[in-house]
Design a protein around this ligand. Sequence first.
Ligand code: ZN
Length: 117
Amino acid sequence: MTRLRQIPSRFGSAPVRLGNAPRDERERSAQRIVRTPWRAWYKTARWKDLRWSVLEDARFTCAYCGRLEGNTFKLVADHKIPHRGDPALFWDRGNLQCLCKECHDRVKQAEERNGST
Ligand SMILES: [Zn+2]
């Protein structure tokens, strides 16, 4: 009978460096998440439901120009008070209005010009 005997493998002689390589990229994206965690909120089912209810309640009509927009891709559930990462403002149904994309972009640009906080 031969005894089964395994030759010791040479683990340890060449340390595995898993996860070390893309360090910079991983840190960058980790920092992005830390700084703007709310970006992920837009991807949640909760937000999609909320957005839809805003558009539906507004009957797909822009609160600014009054245009009825049939293409919901061109409608935005806009935060009247910029949430800037504040979950209370972000999820506040009363803080949301339906805007067409053109009005939304115009409003956002104006806000940035005014430097409102
Ligand atoms: Zn509009």
